[in-house]
Design a protein around this ligand. Structure first.
Ligand code: BDR
Ligand code: CA
Length: 306
């Protein structure tokens, strides 16, 4: 059983990843931390609370940073995820509230309390994780793995020609995290662009899981429509669910060990680049995936939800 915390900017594929984790029998979800990206941190926190309530999970949500480490704040990606983060679904007020502790302090405490066991899965910009690393010199030592959805080694970008969105939205933070070396794993566009879900797939999920699967199906309409605007008619990428599945099923991915740095200025801003191994430790970068295996786990496990 994996002890997991997801750092998230929900977000349509974030919602898919969180519901997947809620359904997975091999994942013990310990809480969520929130970050800007697809939406503001305020909306991300509200959405994270709502997703847990929908899944009937009584778990802590810790609110994260409001802005990147160094760059100015930017407009959220409403054209991909909708103004409120869940496509055309209107904002809903959660019953509960975020805890008092901020995301970085919560992560530091949980990593200490579950020393050697905590798997952290950031599926948004990496600001909270960088802050945890900067605040606590033992943070990386205490966590088991940091499995990131973000970056692209050979695939090109999705928000610019060079950069993947989560890294682009706080490149300085991402560089701090990639510098942490060995425990960091990158699940980027090199693999997530190979894992696609169609309208028919979401229909099948909703047929088996009318409540929560039905919510994902509704959200997916907006997401699939965005993909079509960029000429992708064969489905949407399961970016964030792929990272959660890489936490529990590493055997479905082929990895390359390489040191990675992030371009923090210029045209390539946010690009993940190969660094000389002498500058920093190597991380594991997913370069191959058994896409059918990932997708079938996603479909099978979501079908278990009400
Ligand atoms: C990543 O960016 C966000 O839009 C998605 O939620 C995902 O985490 C994909 O580049
Ligand atoms: Ca995300």
């Amino acid at each position: 059983m994996i002890k997991l915390i997801i750092d998230t900017d929900p977000g349509i594929d974030d919602a898919m990843a969180i519901f997947y984790a809620a359904a997975a029998p091999d994942i013990e979800l310990l809480g969520l931390t929130t970050i800007f990206g697809n939406v503001t941190t305020e909306i991300a926190t509200r959405n994270a609370l709502r997703l847990l309530e929908m899944a009937e999970l009584d778990l802590p949500v810790a609110r994260g940073a409001e802005a990147p480490l160094i760059l100015a704040p930017f407009a959220p990606s409403a054209y991909v995820h909708g103004d409120e983060g869940f496509g055309d679904i209107p904002a809903q007020t959660p019953r509960g509230n975020a805890i008092e502790e901020d995301a970085a302090d919560f992560l530091i405490r949980m990593a200490r309390e579950h020393r050697g066991e905590l798997v952290l899965c950031p599926i948004g910009p990496l600001t909270n994780i960088a802050l945890a690393i900067q605040r606590d010199p033992d943070f990386v030592k205490n966590v088991k793995r940091i499995v990131i959805m973000g970056g692209s080694l050979e695939e090109g970008g999705n928000i610019t020609a060079h950069a993947e969105a989560n890294i682009y939205h706080d490149p300085h933070a991402a560089d701090v995290v990639f510098a942490a070396g060995g425990k960091v794993e990158m699940v980027g566009l090199d693999v997530t662009h190979r894992i696609l879900c169609t309208k028919a797939d979401f229909g099948a999920i909703a047929a088996q899981s009318p409540e929560l699967g039905g919510v994902l199906q509704k959200m997916s309409e907006f997401y699939l429509a965005f993909y079509e605007t960029v000429g992708k008619f064969d489905g949407c990428s399961l970016h964030d669910p792929a990272a959660v599945i890489a936490c529990s099923h590493p055997q479905l991915f082929d990895r390359r060990k390489v040191a990675v740095k992030v371009a923090c200025e210029g045209e390539a801003l946010g690009a993940t680049l190969i660094a000389g191994p002498s500058c920093r430790g190597e991380i594991s970068v997913c370069m191959g995936v058994e896409a059918g295996g990932v997708k079938s786990l996603f479909l099978k496990r979501l079908a278990l939800l009400p």
